[in-house]
Write a protein that binds this ligand. Sequence first.
Ligand SMILES: [Zn+2]
Ligand SMILES: [Zn+2]
Ligand SMILES: [Zn+2]
Length: 142
Amino acid sequence: MGLFGRKRAICTICNKEITHKHKAKREWYVKSPLCGDCYLDKMKQSYDATITQSCVVCKIKSKVTDLWEPRWQWDMEGLLCKKCFDEKESNFETEKDFCSICGCKLKAFNRFHPKGKWKLKGLLCKNCWDSQKIHEKENSSK
Ligand SMILES: [Zn+2]
Ligand SMILES: [Zn+2]
Ligand SMILES: [Zn+2]
C-alpha cells in the first residue's frame, strides 16, 4: 500500500488543488471535495435558491413564498408564479374537458393520454384512443 503516495485533493468544481477540503452537501449534486471558494459559492447559491426561484413557465424570479406548486395532474416540476398558474389551470381545464379528435366531453374515467408518436395534443376519449391504436397497428404491420 501507499505505492502511489498520498493523492492530492482537487476541487471538483474549479479543479484547483485544495489545502483545506470541504465536503459538498448532497443536495448540491456536486462531488466532494470542494475548495473553500467553491464551497462558499455553493452555500450562497443554495441559500438563494431557498428564498427565490424562477417560475418554470415565464422564468421570472420571485420569492418562493409567492410561487405556486403545480398540480400533480400537470406532470411538471418546479414552481409557477400566480399568473402562469392561473393560465395553466384554465388551459388545463379546457384541454381536459373534450376529446381532441371527436370533441366529446371527457369524464374522469374516460380520458386517455395520446402516445407521443401520434402527434396529438390534449386528451382522447376511449373510442378515439382505441381507433388511434388500431391505426398504429395497421401502419406498423404494412
Ligand atoms: Zn474550487
Ligand atoms: Zn410565470
Ligand atoms: Zn373522441
